[in-house]
Design a protein around this ligand. Sequence first.
Ligand code: GLU
Length: 507
Amino acid sequence: MPGESPRVRFAPSPTGYFHVGSARTALFNWLVARKSGGVFVLRIEDTDAERNREEWVDGIVAAMHWLSMDPDEGPFRQSDRIDRYHQAIDALWDGGFLFACDCSRDEVDARNKAAGIATPGYDGFCRNRDLSRGDDRALRFRTPDAGVTTVFDVIRGQVEFPCSAMDDFVAVKATGTPLFVLANVVDDIDMRISHVIRGEDLLPTTPKGILVWEALASIGWVTDGSTGAAFEPTPTLPVFAHLPMLVNEQRKKLSKRRDPVAVESYRDQGFLPEAFVNYLALLGWGPPNGEEIFNIDQLVEWFSLEDVNHSPAFFDVVKLTHLNGEYIRAMSVDAFIDACGPWLTGGSAPWPGAAFDAEVFRRLAPLVKERVAVLGEVPGMVDFMFLDEPPVDDEAWAKAITRDDAAESILVSAIAAYGALAGTDWTSDALHAATLAVGEGVGRKLGKAQAPIRVAITGRRVGPPLFEALEVMGPEKVLARLGSALERIRIDALSGNSGDAAPAENS
Ligand code: GLU
């Protein structure tokens, strides 16, 4: 519709978790609308009652909201528009575009086999039988015998489908349920969709949709005014853009079973919506300037459907995670603390609610922010501060303490050295210097000397910088933890426990 602003739609079928491929489709539609003052419509294609579930609809709406891609219109639901599809079916029937068919799949297969036709497909048996519409009869669309149907696709150019290779496809099931192509096209006409942007898996159905669209236009079909507009003649065909499929590292199509494809799970792991949108935009597109990190305003400015390429796009979780880490590091400390909220004070936090100390977290936050790639890692970085006892990782204990014969004397000297700093100079610098000296005493460099201390205090071998963490924790708790660790080492030694399998108690 030249001259008008685009009207685009995202039309998911609610049959599962919100797939990253669907999120990419939604984003590219949303971008086209935002770029040009257009309208972004959400349409839930829920005619398949057996496969659709209400919770999946809620999941789609919530995930789109999380990604700041709320629709301008909708959600419209196909299940509310069944009468409308029947009006279109009647009109197509009256126009001679449909014929009734009572063949079962087995009958068609048997005839094809008898005729030596290897490829499955409808053989046109009922085309000229003039069956009336009735129970147990599907309605098929009579496709042209010759010629080609051309899909003009912004991404793929002209794609031609010879009509001779196209079956008389079922438009309405024997049960009376309208099938995908019909409902999809009736909606796109009524919603005056100017650009159909969707996954390339739907490209093979597009010529069928075009035939239905043209059939409706030829019989003077008018829109139903469902989007508030006046009743209008069927618009000209929309512009098509079929987006490249997403593949995993084996270059196989992403699968719901094999690959981590649920957008909800990324939200729950603590990916930032801005980073997620940034990454989705790179799946099949990239700005001409080659930048890989951009904010939403830049994305809207730079995006162009014409620049989307058609080769499969690798959905690379490692790259996404890396990008998310970059976004976290670029946050202000305050924004980071706010974003961490649900992980720190929600029911999933690994410490009792009352144990969390916002001030302690505020002091650690700048250190933690530099070391996590997703927000879900944050509790594991700071839990030793809020739990009564460190959450001892057995492997860390075995490696840094049991298998280091200097561990015991390092802890003994650290208790003495740190004890001398308590109440006088309990700062990260002083703790650092004291630990250096402890290491020298046993012929160890700082890194080696630190390891048993870190495990004794935090239970882990990795975490925020040790001396800053010790400063924040304070002498009392630090000395108590070193003491407990020492006690455990001695008990283990007495009982002959190698420490490789941790005892039930760790202090
Ligand atoms: N409902 C279809 C699907 O989820 C998409 C239809 C379309 O975008 O045209 O695969």
